[in-house]
Design a protein around this ligand. Structure first.
Ligand SMILES: [Zn+2]
Length: 122
């Protein structure tokens, strides 16, 4: 069916063009000409319907790609959050380690002072 052909939405009859369809619809179904032609443009024919369906299919593929992209985005964000969290944990661990080293240094100094006092007493 070519672009100019038009299908009757009432009975499915394919007319050679929109004018033919509007004549058919007026005669067969009592639909006023101008309205019939206008309505036919929106609803006419399998090709337009199939194209709309294909476009809808394409859109849904595009949508699923967008969805997949959003998923990847979200996963990436979660990974960033994890890395950020890991960085925070590592920083906290580094501070704890420094605090531990500092305290063990103090402890060693105290032990040394105690040993010194013990030697002085002896
Ligand atoms: Zn008809």
């Amino acid at each position: 069916m070519s672009e100019s052909e038009a299908k009757c939405p009432e009975c499915g009859k394919v007319c050679a063009n929109e004018h033919g369809l509007s004549v058919h619809r007026r005669r067969a179904h009592g639909v006023p000409g101008a309205f019939a032609a206008q309505q036919a443009r929106g609803k006419s024919g399998a090709p337009k319907g199939l194209r709309a369906k294909a476009e809808a299919g394409g859109l849904s593929i595009r949508e699923s790609f967008a969805h997949a992209a959003a998923e990847v985005d979200r996963a990436g964000k979660i990974m960033c959050d994890c890395v950020d969290g890991l960085a925070v944990l590592l920083e906290a661990a580094r501070k704890l380690r420094l605090a531990y080293i500092e305290r063990s240094d103090k402890l060693r100094k105290l032990e040394a002072q105690v040993a010194e006092l013990d030697q002085q007493r002896a």
